[in-house]
Design a protein around this ligand. Sequence first.
Ligand code: ADP
Ligand code: MG
Length: 452
Amino acid sequence: MDNKKNTQSVAWKEVCANLKRNLPDHAMNAWFDPVVPVSFDNNKFVLGVPSQFFLEWIDSHYNEHLKTTLRLVFGNEVVHSFVIHKTEQSNAIEQIRQHVVPQNNKSKLNNLNPKYVFDKFIVGDNNEFAKTASESVAKNPGETNFNPLIIYGGVGLGKTHLMHSIGNKAISINPSLKIVNITSEQFTLDFVNSLRKNKTIEFAQNYRSADILLIDDIQFFRGKEQTQEQFFHTFNVLYQSGKQIVLTADKFPGEMKGLQSRLLSRFQSGLSVDVQPPNFEIRVAILLEISEQNGLTLEYPTIEFIAKHIKNNVRDLEGTIIRILAKSSLLNIEIDNQLVTEVIKERVGGNFGNEVSIENIVKKVSQLSSISEKEIVGKSRKMEIAEARQLSMYLCRDIIGASLMNIGVYFGGRDHTTVMHAVKTIDNKKINNNRMKEIITSVKQELGFSFF
Ligand code: ADP
Ligand code: MG
């Protein structure tokens, strides 16, 4: 890929990552996945879409979202426009998109994400059982005791990935299977439309003829009584004829509110498996995988550094990598400690460095300099003690951004000008003084705030 192409594709990825935060998955899949970045020059982002219909739709429904997101990512300057851009791939995608509402006859067209396969799913204690159960369902749909299979857990932990993997695997084994893959919102919308158009019979037929029914995020059925009723009947028909049902939810079904109890009791006849947040080692493995997929080579210490700070879910890990890539390639700068730290700070916000206190810093400096903590915060003017004190003050500012006043108070009630002076002194010293540089890096490393 030449440089320009690379930049525009990275830029577009970044925009999509941000759009994703505010748009539901189905909107992203149907309207943004098919968009191809055509050019990105002079602050103009030209986006290719597969058809005139598509162009009008995305322009009338998502213009504001796009504008806001571009502003967020690039500042005020960048504007966007659409062109119709036909490639084999976009033709295929357009075809699939038109079939987002599932077909009446058996059809290979489904909106399964081809990237969501078992091979790309990284396993750890946190999700092993969920993956094993999913695989077994994919191999023998409807024939295991895992019916329905319900995958539940927090956001960004791989539920949708696993559900699509089931569909992808099952269809690779038996291409004639009819897989209906839909989010609960799409199901609702489809049902409402069928009511409007007097097509409830077709609606029912379509869902009830599935060999595998995959419904994502069933928590959004909450409070939609008539949709739940429809779903209940669909469920029963499929279940009784030995068809496989796979559902995902944000909570253990037994704890879900707003769903009819007859539904919840149906769910109990199958298996519920959870996905948990990944531990440190799994986060490292996932980061390595994501970097590789994005053609990014990061030093191992950088990966560890990210894994230490981004803990919640896999989507955040992905978002971090993409943001790093976007920043370095758009601003044409090296990926270094500063850039990575900046991106992490943006993502974790005020939580960055939350676990570290002034006390931790003083403790670390004390260990590394063999000067006691008491002396560091004390009054002695002996040169090496004064220097350890200044260094500690500097690090309190640099690592946790403590206020001059708070630092002063901690260090024996000194006033803020003394702290400011200390910070400046170390700032100057570290330029030429290698020993100083090393000790700063060591403290940061040991507290998890630097990786080189
Ligand atoms: P959920 O549906 O639970 O909110 P997703 O399935 O959408 O989460 O996952 C978010 C992103 O993280 C997806 O891009 C997915 O491919 C990726 N992901 C999640 N878990 C894993 C995993 N264990 N291995 C590899 N990628 C993962
Ligand atoms: Mg999901």
